[in-house]
Write a protein that binds this ligand. Structure first.
Ligand SMILES: [Zn+2]
Length: 504
């Protein structure tokens, strides 16, 4: 009995491997023989500081990437406009190919505070496991020695997003070494300003439409699902911001002498914000939801099929309740949100004094879904503020304005973006991507859009193409904060996914 059970355990992974497409199996075999050089190249790339605003070092990264691609026979060069970090472009032309697939990742990273890191952010450090699980520093293994399943590389950019670049370039090596025939032209675009919101990407692409043209852009950024299952996003939300300030008297007033008489802006602001949502957490700003492109049956089904992680998340995050219950997180991120980012009025704690504050400010962000116009949405919120009896100004109100209107609100608009995009899951090319990812990695979590933002509209608008997000990093990669890391197995898995996608 015991022996049979053991054999079963051994047989199951082997049969899964056998079910994988040949291209992914070949990539795995190739990778297993080349782990040391892959890790060596990855380490070298991570050693170059990449904070977006550190333009000199960002440039070094870009030049290094050009060299890495040229070594592989990929035609590569930097594409930029005045004042921007370059986009690293690369191309593999496949004779007779009828379509082109572009692969996007970014090589810049978030700022670092070295004092918070266990090891310096630009000294890539391999550990046997995550720091949380007592991972110890280990050397790069000698050639032919596999790493443990939980080994991780610690460095800024390891998870977000140089791992994606490394997976793509290693996939090219694997495809070459195994003589895999490609069917599409392959393009690469590595963004150097993603962590700053890709402010120049649209302009760079618009100025080089022909160069960047592709039937599909596969965006490799962000983590896979918390369950470690593969994840495919077909869009992203956009974000637009608004700051609202309401006023009491010209300056703070003694609360004993003037309370009950001088209007209290903190209370006014609380009432104004409360008026924006009903008791079921729905936004009641008029027409807020009016232009939303509804989810298709396929998209609804995909949300229903997503693993239910809400209870576990609540436990982890110390939450006794969630908004819009019983709707789940996977569904709620496909709806727009109106969020108070922060509020301030007067002081609290040791700084509190007995005053009626002079003003109160709320910082609001609105996450937009497909169909919503960013500027029109701001307009609608402003109209709602008017309907609550406020005289709305878009510059700091002077004495005259404040004297002549009972309620004054100063609204500062954040710069509106291009809006949210979402690629229909039913598109044949989208279905093809799903099929490939699932054939390599098993059933994927498929979500119509991610909750956050990526520069998808910046790509789709100038090029008239579609985008699909296929991330590879581990969900606990500490992206954007200290001790960022990549679980090496995610890189290995990512190589197989990228090789399969490149051969589509
Ligand atoms: Zn990223």
């Amino acid at each position: 009995m015991m022996k049979r059970f053991l054999i079963l355990l051994l047989v199951i992974p082997a049969s899964l491997f056998a079910q994988m497409p040949k291209v992914a199996r070949d990539a795995r075999t190739w990778r297993q023989q080349h782990e040391r050089p892959i890790l060596g190249e990855f380490t070298a790339l991570l050693s170059v500081p990449n904070v977006t605003r550190d333009r000199t070092n960002v440039r070094h990264n870009a030049e290094m990437l050009v060299a890495m691609m040229q070594r592989r026979g990929i035609a590569a060069r930097l594409v930029t406009i005045e004042g921007a970090n370059p986009v690293v472009f690369g191309e593999l032309v496949t004779p007779g190919a009828k379509r082109t697939i572009a692969f996007y990742a970014h090589y810049d990273g978030q700022p670092v505070d070295e004092t918070e890191w266990a090891t310096p952010p630009f000294v890539p450090t391999l550990r046997s496991d995550s720091l949380e699980h007592g991972g110890q520093i280990i050397p790069l293994p000698p050639p032919g020695t596999p790493l443990g399943a939980e080994a991780r590389m610690y460095a800024r950019g390891s998870g977000d997003d140089k791992s994606s670049i490394m997976a793509m370039l290693a996939a090219v090596d694997a495809l070459r070494a195994t003589g895999t025939k490609l069917h599409s032209n392959i393009k690469f675009a590595f963004d150097g300003e993603e962590e700053a919101g890709s402010p120049n990407l649209q302009a760079i692409l618009a100025a080089n439409r022909e160069l960047f043209a592709a039937d599909l852009w596969i965006i490799c950024d962000g983590p896979v699902h918390q369950s470690r299952r593969p994840l495919i996003y077909f869009g992203a939300r956009d974000v637009v911001k608004l700051d609202v300030t309401v006023y009491g008297a010209r300056n703070e007033l003694h609360s004993g002498h003037y309370g009950n008489w001088s209007p209290n802006p903190a209370l006014m602001l609380a009432r104004l914000l409360t008026s924006m949502k009903d008791e079921h957490d729905r936004v009641v700003v008029e027409h807020f939801y009016a232009d939303i492109v509804p989810l298709s049956a396929t998209e609804r089904q995909a949300i229903a099929d997503a693993p239910d992680i809400d209870a576990e998340l609540m436990r982890e995050l110390w939450l006794g309740a969630t908004e819009s219950s019983p709707k789940k997180l996977a569904e709620l991120i496909t709806e727009p949100s109106l969020n108070i980012r922060g509020m301030s009025s007067g002081h609290t704690g040791a700084q509190a004094s007995n005053v009626v504050p002079s003003s109160a400010t709320a910082a609001i962000d609105i996450r937009l879904v497909k169909g919503m116009d960013p500027r029109l949405t701001q307009d609608r919120v402003i109209e709602h503020i008017r309907r609550q009896g406020y005289f709305v100004v878009e510059n700091a109100p002077d004495a005259e304005i404040r004297r002549t209107h009972p309620k004054v609100a100063w609204v500062e608009r954040g710069h509106p973006g291009l809006g949210a995009v979402r690629t229909p899951m039913d598109l044949p090319i989208a279905q093809e991507v799903v099929k490939i990812v699932e054939s390599v990695r098993g059933p994927a979590v498929k979500l119509p859009n991610m909750g956050g933002s990526l520069p998808l509209a910046e790509i789709e608008q100038p090029l008239g193409t579609h985008t699909i997000v296929v991330p590879i990093a581990n969900h606990d990669d500490n992206q954007h904060t200290f001790n960022e890391n990549l679980r090496i197995q995610n890189l290995w898995d990512g190589i197989e996914v990228m090789a399969a996608l490149m051969s589509m």
